[in-house]
Write a protein that binds this ligand. Structure first.
Ligand code: RAM
Length: 376
């Protein structure tokens, strides 16, 4: 089992797989094929192993054959991020595609250009019509995509959420980046320390309905109230996963709260917008910015002193894990039940936890001392 503590300087590997992107009317899609021949070779040797195991012991043969890829498995995998154009999802889905290539499947990415509750639905319906084998979705809303996802599942498609969960009844597994408590605490701890444990703090998130971000926000508010009574959360605003909207929301907060001491953005779009806004503002160095950000986007603001510390997991590893989880579901080596185990390529073995949750690992805290070690 993986620890939920905060690991400083945990370096994740990024696979270098170029994914071609073709723009279509209201969104984009990209497709790549993995190495079918290497998968076939692996299947052949696994089958040979299963045969010899069968000669030795029936139970060993059963175990070996359940680990071998089913020859007719539909490893046509689609990633549906909240929207296109967010570097966070570029990173997660690139490594999702790398995993699919490793196990010899076919990959595509489809999503609307704007993150809205119902925007993902038509893309899901199209994937169901296409008869893909598995869908990995980062949900903009806990319920809005549920009917479409359950229609896909009724048609035999395996569904995992990654990054942002739906209600548990709409998916087979949730590939969770880190515990919600760990993610919330990392941000509260950084902020509390940075502002001397007192003053006004505001939150800038992504989409207003985003289930996972809203859970982190609730937990942060509870932690501030229980453990930091002199810190007041004065407002929560939403940048809607759009750079300019997030920038305007940050500007609005700074105007509205002249005594503001800090902004927490549990959202890579808004923390980058806050860094950008403050780096050229009089409030630079006076208002603390932290939250969840991508090292590559935040490097300029860490180097110019606007931002001292922020956190994130490796989004590439999250996408990579989602693809391997789909493979295990599609091949029937797991059903998504608690205690099910599967191997996720270079990341090793994972176990399905309660409520169909698979935990990637602890978040990492970034600052000037380690940010150059990361490239995502
Ligand atoms: C944004 C997205 C994503 C979230 C990160 C932290 O990129 O909203 O869903 O997990 O921020």
């Amino acid at each position: 089992m993986r620890s939920t503590s905060i690991a400083k300087g945990r370096v994740g590997a990024l696979a270098a797989v170029a994914v071609g992107v073709a723009l279509v009317a209201s969104g984009c899609s990209s497709t790549s094929s993995g190495s079918a021949s290497s998968a076939a070779a692996a299947a052949t040797s696994a089958a040979a192993a299963a045969t010899s195991a069968a000669a030795a012991a029936t139970s060993a043969a059963a175990a070996a054959s359940s680990a071998a890829p089913a020859s007719d498995a539909n490893l046509d995998i689609a990633f549906v991020p909240k929207n296109l154009g967010n570097p966070y999802f570029d990173a997660s889905d690139k490594d999702g595609a790398a995993a699919v290539a490793e196990f010899g499947g076919t990959y595509q990415e489809v999503a609307p250009s704007q993150a809205s509750p119902t925007g993902q639905v038509p893309f899901l319906n199209t994937l169901t019509q296409q008869g893909v084998g598995g869908i990995a979705i980062s949900a903009v809303d806990p319920k809005a995509a549920c009917d479409a996802l359950n229609q896909a599942r009724d048609a035999g498609i395996k569904v995992v959420t990654y990054d942002s969960d739906t209600e548990a009844s709409c998916r087979d597994l949730f590939i969770n980046q880190a515990t919600a408590e760990g993610i919330a605490k990392a941000q509260v701890d950084i902020m509390s320390k940075a502002i001397g444990d007192k003053g006004e703090v505001a939150i800038c998130s992504g989409a207003p309905n985003a289930p996972t971000q809203n859970q982190w926000i609730d937990l942060m508010k509870q932690d501030f109230a229980a453990n930091h009574p002199d810190i007041k959360v004065v407002d929560v605003v939403y940048g809607e996963d759009v750079d300019q909207t997030a920038f305007d929301k940050v500007a609005g907060l700074i105007q509205k709260f002249p005594n503001l001491k800090g902004i927490i953005a549990p959202d890579t779009v808004c923390i980058a917008a806050a860094g950008k806004y403050l780096s050229t503002s009089d409030a630079k160095g006076k208002i603390v910015v932290t939250g969840l950000g991508l090292p590559n986007q935040m490097k300029p603001y860490v180097k110019d002193g606007t931002v001292k510390e922020f956190a994130l997991w490796n989004p590439g590893d999250l996408g990579y894990l989602a693809s391997w989880a789909l493979k295990a579901l599609i091949e029937g080596t797991i059903t998504g039940a608690e205690g099910d185990k599967f191997t996720a390529g270079k990341l090793g073995e994972y176990t399905v936890g309660k409520d169909g949750m698979v935990l990637l690992g602890p978040p990492t805290v970034f600052d000037a001392s380690n940010i150059d070690n990361f490239n995502f």
